[in-house]
Design a protein around this ligand. Structure first.
Ligand SMILES: NC(=O)c1ccc[n+]([C@@H]2O[C@H](COP(=O)([O-])OP(=O)(O)OC[C@H]3O[C@@H](n4cnc5c(N)ncnc54)[C@H](OP(=O)(O)O)[C@@H]3O)[C@@H](O)[C@H]2O)c1
Length: 321
């Protein structure tokens, strides 16, 4: 495992990290969650990703219990949470000062830690002035409850606004962004954000590197019963594979599968190693519904070198610019 700087900050995150979305507190039992966290940690993963909305807070509770049980040195790992979707009442969601402060305290309790290393604004909030959010995040950092803050799925323009406001009022600017990035979804990271890496030193912790499992090839011939896309609450994900667009996606996955087998590596390794080949990515957040999947994905590190310029070109020809 190698460790990369989170943007231009001094913090080092493992190139592969592990996240709790869909799985912890819902799809998988606590025992499986523990096996996955242990497999990740033993392989050198030092960053674990979470959010207030995952399983309505249960994902953080499960992760907090695992931290406590394993007794890992707090200085050895980085843990994140995200604020935006809390409860149903008007002030239980969004990026107001009130919700940010209350959500952070709740996440700390559930995760049973004294501070969050990373705290993300899970989506932009058009009903809260960005300055209010920047001030609240700055205050959390001054209170020692958060070390670094960032955004998730914000536009480049909003990230720049937050940065400029912070600089103007001597507040703390966002350090990182958490966007979706994979072989089927790459434009935001490669085009829209292109100027931000140098201009403001933005680091990326990217999500759904396997497009929810699609890039393992497991959906090439229909939807397996015990898979994520078969969960009723995730019908929107299933929709992404239906119709003409869905067919196009699966065709790309099949062609990528042929390329992977031509170079003698599994498709999931090709997909994950491709994410790592982008130097603006600080950490690729893996997801898994069992430890076997996670261990298999971690082995993609052995195939990083397979993604040379010639293969990158062939990949480009398949996925388009
Ligand atoms: N900021 C955001 O808005 C946001 C959004 C989404 C995710 N995230 C973060 O990113 C993390 C990773 O995202 P993700 O879970 O969508 O990642 P992903 O790697 O795209 O999908 C993971 C899922 O794919 C399947 N899978 C993974 N490896 C496999 C293998 N080797 N063989 C067969 N199936 C395999 C598993 O689902 P099944 O076994 O159920 O098929 C697994 O749960 C999340 O946990 C979360 O921390 C952030």
């Amino acid at each position: 495992m190698e460790y990369r700087r989170l943007g231009n900050s001094g913090l080092k995150v493992s190139e592969f990290s592990f996240g709790a979305w869909v799985t912890f507190g819902s799809q998988v039992e606590d025992k499986t969650a523990l096996e996955c966290m242990k497999a990740a940690y033993d392989a050198g993963v030092n960053f674990f990703d979470n959010a207030e909305v995952y399983a309505g807070g249960r994902a953080e509770t499960v992760m907090g219990n695992i931290f406590k049980k394993m007794g890992w040195d707090r200085t050895g790992y980085v843990v994140s949470s995200k604020v935006f979707w809390g409860g149903k009442l008007p002030n239980q969601k969004g990026l107001s000062r009130k919700h940010i402060m209350e959500a952070c305290d709740a996440a700390l309790k559930r995760l049973q830690v004294d501070y969050l290393d990373l705290y993300f604004c899970h989506r932009p909030d058009p009903e809260t002035p960005i300055e209010e959010t920047v001030r609240a995040m700055t205050d959390l950092i001054h209170q020692g409850k958060v070390l670094y803050w960032g955004t998730s799925e914000w536009s480049a323009e909003s990230i720049k606004d937050a940065y400029n406001i912070a600089r103007k009022y001597m507040l703390i600017p966002p350090t990182m962004e958490q966007p979706e990035y994979n072989l089927l979804h790459k434009d935001k990271v490669e085009t829209e954000f292109a100027s931000l890496y140098k201009e403001i030193g933005l680091g990326l912790t990217i999500w759904s590197p396997l497009a929810s499992g699609v890039l393992t090839g497991k959906y090439n011939n229909g939807i397996p019963k015990d898979s994520r896309l078969n969960q009723p609450s995730l019908s929107w994900l299933k929709d992404s594979l239906s119709g003409e667009e869905g067919e196009k996606r699966i065709n790309k996955v099949k062609r990528l599968g042929v390329l992977a087998s031509d170079i003698g590596i599994p498709l999931n390794h090709l997909a994950l190693a491709w994410c790592l080949s982008n130097e603006n990515v600080s950490s690729v957040i893996l997801g898994a519904s069992n430890a076997g999947q996670l261990k298999d994905n971690l082995k993609a590190l052995d195939n990083k070198k397979a993604i040379n310029n010639e293969i990158l070109q062939k990949i480009k020809e398949i996925i388009g610019n």
